[in-house]
Design a protein around this ligand. Structure first.
Ligand SMILES: O=P(O)(O)OC[C@H]1O[C@H](O)[C@H](O)[C@@H](O)[C@@H]1O
Length: 311
């Protein structure tokens, strides 16, 4: 089911519901996912205790599209401008023509297609014409599926990096481990982007972490022992994975995060950072990310998604 709330012509809020999924309800504001609940009504995403829904102010938390830049390499505004824009509903969304929230095939799928095109102001920041499409869907298997497409509608090529900045809600960051990034090379943003290789059998957190893991596998599991919850993230088309927690000192210094927010958040982001994407006129790039949350009947060191999902 899809509920849409508009303010004048601007898309404000979209709610997707799928009562049988492990991800059962998703809310969006503008082009950003701000809430994602499981079937027991528990929130899966972190939203800053200081978050305000006042565009163009950045909403700290949820899942944001970072485009045309992700991470702090190169010129341009950090994380790009797409995250602070109000997206519109894509007029090519099939159910719009029928005037209802049904997909037209009678199935009432929980899916919405959003669109962002550059304004004149955006083109002053980044002089290119593009179409960015974000499809948000609740899959029948109980997962949140985000499909992101970037198309070059300009007459000249352009280059960009991109990411789905995903803030997961965790009980206590010290109790969390990330599996699936072992032996991966990463660029450490805390150490001037120096390159290292992950040595541990899992990633745990005892201080600030800001790393771009390179050419990562499709699946990563985030195990929250206290909540007895495992998040499984699957990606396609995104080469890299960014992991970020600002920890205490940086969190206190950030005006948009509450002092203790770092304890309850972890960003694990599907991204393309190291090798930027080049699109010629008319070309399109596509990436997909799936988020599933299951209870942790899960043993570390055995990253078997079937076991995670069905165990
Ligand atoms: O501060 P923002 O630009 O919103 O980004 C918040 C964080 O996002 C990413 O995970 C980056 O790797 C971090 O370096 C950055 O601090």
């Amino acid at each position: 089911m899809v509920e849409i709330v508009r303010n004048a012509n601007e898309l404000e809020k979209v709610i997707l519901k799928e009562p049988h999924g492990s991800v059962a309800e998703v809310s969006l504001f503008g082009g950003q996912v701000i809430s994602c609940k499981n079937e027991r009504g528990e929130e899966l995403l972190f939203l800053s205790s200081k978050a305000t829904l006042k565009p163009p102010k950045q909403i700290w938390g949820g899942i944001t599209v970072c485009f045309p830049k992700f991470c702090n390499m190169g010129a341009l505004e950090r994380q790009g401008f797409a995250k602070t824009r109000l997206w519109s509903i894509d007029p090519e969304t099939p159910f719009l023509s029928s005037g209802s929230s049904s997909t037209g095939d009678g199935s009432n799928k929980a899916v919405i297609d959003l669109l962002l095109k550059p304004s004149e102001n955006d083109r002053r920041i980044w002089p290119h014409i593009f179409e960015l499409r974000l499809q948000v869907a609740l899959g029948p298997g109980g997962d949140l599926i985000l499909t992101l497409r970037a198309r070059n509608t300009d007459s000249k090529p352009f280059t960009f990096t991109i990411g789905l900045h995903t803030y997961l809600s965790v009980s206590d960051i010290s109790e969390v481990r990330v599996e699936g990034l072992e032996t991966m090379d990463y660029l450490d943003n805390v150490r001037h982007l120096e390159r290292f290789t992950e040595q541990g059998d899992a990633l745990t957190f005892e201080g600030e972490v800001d790393r771009i893991y390179l050419s990562t596998p499709t699946k990563v599991a985030i195990i929250d022992h206290d909540k007895k919850r495992t998040y499984v993230l699957k990606k396609e088309g995104f080469s890299d994975t960014v992991v970020w927690n600002p920890w205490e000192r940086k969190c206190k210094a950030m005006t948009d995060l509450g002092d203790d927010d770092y304890l309850h958040m972890l960003c694990v982001e599907a991204a393309v950072v190291e090798t930027p994407i080049v699109l010629k006129p008319g070309e399109e790039w596509k990436g997909r990310k799936k988020l599933t949350a299951v209870s942790s009947s899960y043993f570390s060191g055995q990253l078997d998604p079937d076991r995670v999902l069905h165990g």
